[in-house]
Structure formats: C-alpha cells, structure tokens
Design a protein around this ligand. Structure first.
Ligand code: NI
Length: 223
C-alpha cells in the first residue's frame, strides 16, 4: 500500500489485504493453562464439512506436527469449537494396549479428525498412565482414565467414525475430549504428588506403589 505522498503507509494489523499471507502461516500459538478458553466448554460444530472447519483443522494439524504432539483440541489454539485431532503410532499402541508383539500395525490409530466427538465409557476398569499436555508445557502427571471406551464423531468429509478403544488410544481420546469441556489433565489427577516437571521425573522416576505400580515407564506424549 502506497500513501498519496508516495511514502509507504504504515500497515495496520489485520488489514485484510496486507494480512493475506497469514492464511499460509498455519502454526498457531498454543493456549496455556490459566487461559479462559481452556476452562470454557467448546461449542458444537454445526456443519463439519464447512470450508471454515477445513481451514481450522489444517492449522490444528500444522500446530500439532510442529509441537510434536499426539493430539490437539481446537480450544488449545484459541478456537472454541468441538474439534479434536489425534494419532497413535503403532509401536506406542502395542506397548500400552493389550495387543501382543507384532500386532503393531493393527493397533496403530491413523491420524483422526473428529467434530462433535462423544465418549461412552465401557465397564468400570480404570488405568493409570503418564500424561502431558501442550497447554501445560514441561509438566507431566499420573492420571487415572477409563480403560475402555467407545467414541464417535464426524470427520470434515462428513463421515461418521465410531470406534472402541483401550490403552493409550483410549487415554488420548479422553484427554482431547476433556479439552472440549474445559478440563485439563491435572483436574483428573487424584495424587498431585505425581504432577511435576518431566525433566525431574525423567532424572529420578518417582516411586509408584499400589495399583499405579503396574504402569509402564513410557515416555509420555503431549496432547
Ligand atoms: Ni492437552
């Protein structure tokens, strides 16, 4: 933009013409614990196939990849919508699920995008596991979760996905869907002595006792 004097005008923030390039900058700032958006329930997506949803999902995918997370919920990038994305690498799903060695391919959960996801808890069994969250950087905590769930949601292609999940798969889905209800994993913890900086826990793994003692010492993945 050139001002009449011939001197370049001072660009204004969010000028729709000057800010066109922002469309291509898809890595978004991640909201951290304490931000209002992480405490508020997210809103249902009226039309999961809308182009605006596709654009938002693209930003979520780029942001998750950049942060090397296992999952991400829309409120984490300051968007108040019921959208989650997640994936579970095969090796991880096999280690934490009930699959035997060699079933890694089967256990792998492909990158999944869900609008308006719903979870149904199957059975009473709970499992403990380490969790970390991109919105709670640097920390990890020991969180009890339902061991088995059924979940369903709609993809941006309009396809309904319904799956049963267990192990790390079930954990990631519960963690992400909690974000849509304004809940962060520390709020699910029952023993806050097992909330701490990942660096410290990796340097000196905490003594686990009782039912928590069975937990495998895996690297937690932020979601
Ligand atoms: Ni999270």
């Amino acid at each position: 933009m050139i001002a009449r004097s011939g001197v370049p005008a001072k660009p204004t923030l969010y000028d729709p013409v000057l800010a066109r390039h922002i469309v291509f900058m898809a890595i978004r700032k991640i909201a951290r614990m304490g931000a209002d958006i992480l405490r508020e329930p997210a809103r249902p997506v009226a039309d999961p196939t809308a182009p605006t949803v596709r654009a938002l999902v693209r930003d979520m995918l780029e942001t998750m990849a950049d942060a090397e997370g296992a999952g991400l919920a829309a409120p984490q990038i300051n968007e108040p919508w019921r959208i989650v994305i997640f994936h579970v690498p095969g090796a991880r799903a096999t280690r934490e699920g009930e699959g035997e060695e060699g079933e890694g391919e089967e256990a792998e959960v492909p990158l999944t995008i869900l609008c308006n996801p719903e979870i149904e808890i199957l059975g009473d069994e709970e499992e403990w596991g380490w969790e970390a969250c991109l919105s709670v950087p640097g920390l990890m905590g020991m969180v009890p979760r339902a061991a088995r769930i059924r979940y369903r949601g709609v993809t941006p292609e309009g396809e309904v996905i319904e799956r049963e999940a267990e192990g790390f798969h079930a954990r990631v889905v519960q963690h992400e869907c909690d974000h849509l209800d304004g809940i962060l994993y520390p709020q699910r913890m029952t023993d806050l002595s097992l909330l701490g900086f990942a660096e410290e826990f990796h340097r000196a793994p905490p003594e686990l006792s009782g039912e928590i003692a069975d937990v495998e010492e895996d690297e937690e993945e932020a979601a």
